[in-house]
Ligand binder design. Structure first.
Ligand code: FES
Length: 159
C-alpha cells in the first residue's frame, strides 16, 4: 500500500475508516480521486473496482480528474433553462473546446458544471464564475467572459 493511502487511513479514527470517509479525505486533499488510488483501494479493501467507480460517480462532490483553475457553473434550474441556459452551456463548451463528456478545458483553465437553481431566479439565466453570480447572461457574451478569464490568468502569471 502506498504511504499516502496508509497515512490517510491511519489519520482516521478506527470506527470512521469507511470507504466514503477515505474517498472524502482524498477528494479534499487532492481535489480529485486519481484512478491508481481507486485501484489500490479496491485491492486493499476487496471491494471490486467497478463498485468503487459506481460510488464515486454517484456523488457529484467526487471528481476523477483534476479541476481547472477557474470554475463556471451554469444554472440549469427551470427559470435559467427556459431563458437559455443550454445555449450558454453549449457556447462555453465550444469556446473552451471541451471534449465530449469532459468538463475541463484542455488547457486546464476552466471547469464547467451544470447546477440546479442557485436561488437567484430573478437574474436568470445565470452562471456562477468562481463563486460570483453573473446574471442575465447572453450566449454571445461567453467569448468575452472567457477572454477576460484568460487575461486574468495571464496577468496573474506575469505578476
Ligand atoms: S433557476 Fe437559475 S437561479 Fe433559479
Amino acid at each position: 500500500m502506498s504511504t499516502y493511502l496508509k497515512e490517510l487511513i491511519e489519520k482516521l479514527p478506527e470506527n470512521e475508516r469507511l470507504l466514503i470517509n477515505i474517498l472524502n479525505c482524498v477528494q479534499e486533499e487532492r481535489g480529485f480521486i486519481p484512478q491508481p488510488l481507486l485501484t489500490e483501494l479496491a485491492e486493499r479493501t476487496g471491494v471490486p473496482e467497478s463498485q468503487l467507480h459506481s460510488l464515486v460517480s454517484f456523488f457529484n462532490s467526487f471528481r476523477t480528474k483534476s479541476a481547472g483553475k477557474h470554475r463556471i457553473c451554469v444554472c440549469y434550474g427551470t427559470a435559467c433553462y427556459a431563458r437559455g441556459a443550454p445555449l450558454i452551456y453549449d457556447r462555453l463548451a465550444d469556446e473552451l473546446e471541451l471534449d465530449d463528456g469532459d468538463d475541463t478545458s484542455p488547457d486546464g483553465l476552466v471547469t464547467v458544471e451544470k447546477v440546479y437553481c442557485v436561488g437567484a431566479c430573478n437574474q436568470a439565466p445565470l452562471i456562477v464564475e468562481d463563486g460570483q453570480i453573473k446574471g442575465k447572461i447572453k450566449s454571445y457574451q461567453v467569448p468575452f467572459l472567457i477572454k477576460e478569464l484568460r487575461k486574468k490568468d495571464q496577468d496573474g502569471r506575469n505578476e
